[in-house]
Design a protein around this ligand. Sequence first.
Ligand SMILES: Nc1nc2c(ncn2[C@@H]2O[C@H](COP(=O)(O)OP(=O)(O)OP(=O)(O)O)[C@@H](O)[C@H]2O)c(=O)[nH]1
Ligand SMILES: [Mg+2]
Length: 402
Amino acid sequence: MFDGLRKKFQNAVKLFSDREEKKLEENSSGDSVSGTITDSESITTPKSPNNSEDSISGNHKDTVSNISSQDSEIVRNGITSRKPPIENAIQAPQQEKKQINSKVKIKLSTKIKGTIFNKVRLSDSEINGFAEDLKVSMLESDVSYDTTEEFISDLKKKLSTEINAKDIKSALFDSVRASLLDIMSKAHPINIMDGIEKKIKEREIPVKILFLGPNGTGKTTTIGKIGYMLKSKGISMAFSASDTFRAAAIEQTEHHANALNVPVIKSVYGADPSSVAFDAIAYATAHNIEVVLIDSAGRQETNRNLIGEIQKMARVIKPDIVIYVGESTSGNAIAEQIREFSKFIRIDGIILTKLDCDAKGGNAISITSTTGIPVLYFGIGESYKDLIPYDPKMIIDAILPN
Ligand SMILES: Nc1nc2c(ncn2[C@@H]2O[C@H](COP(=O)(O)OP(=O)(O)OP(=O)(O)O)[C@@H](O)[C@H]2O)c(=O)[nH]1
Ligand SMILES: [Mg+2]
């Protein structure tokens, strides 16, 4: 899980922080100890009128008055002159190249000050470069465009303050973590188990939970997993085999019901799914059963007939919780699918399945902020125990381990 994101985030942070720390190291060593220009480095100096080497001082200063702050001062025989950038040597008239082996005193830059005061402020271009690297990594990992943009602008704000010069990597990790947490905590989180237990306590039973989503995303398997979870809490339930459309769908629901020793209410293929759900609720009411888990056939958001059918189901049974089951491997398409579905039917929460098969994992980050609907659980395998609660901190720790 999250392998793609982990590698990309860590590479981006490591590359950038190594580069910055190296720059700082070089600059700070230049601050305290004079460096040496090697014999191979050539320095351009103006030719003095009397050809005396010592007279380079005054004339040269005029010639190079506009060189950048990156340039170095050359201290030679007690006289200070300037060293233009090696690749950008100023070609003044009557200059000659000389091989000089002399001491170099590197100028105090912001970064050297950073090493003195343990604080450093990254420049806008440095922040933009880092942000751009992360942005590409996120988009490649299926994080949605809008979420990526939002994350990047939040991160830039966080990075534009002073950060610890001694440990740039940790400072970057902390900022990235904080921005990720902001993004992932967008939709108000709901804990459906708490909600179910509260309703049971108040005797508002049966609690009706409808599962819907595109074909093959894992709806029926997830009903088995939620059933397993409810069972471990001692909560009674019935299953409604309301996928009367796909071959073997009824038997599949029955299989899970038998495995968990739960009653299943079913009909024949082609029967009205709403009436099967209605019967299941009546059965639960009659038997004091606390929860009804209602399956439905897979459907695409573009199929108006099947969307009409699920709307009817919602009208008839008035579910307490509607759960959209989508697979994380769908990439960016999933956010659009959910948005389309929610135009027709209220969706209270999302379960993102097959995260174990998703090499990228970006949906886990962006789905909540993109849709505004909370993710409830992740499906991480095919067995009953392979359902874990949505926990932004857990995801962040997986992507950016301490
Ligand atoms: N690896 C993995 N496989 C899963 C997960 N959830 C479901 N599956 C598998 O996905 C396949 C489809 O699961 P179903 O539960 O039948 O999906 P569905 O949405 O009910 O399918 P339809 O009713 O045909 O729309 C099955 O082989 C499941 O075992 C998961 O989290 N991880
Ligand atoms: Mg199914």
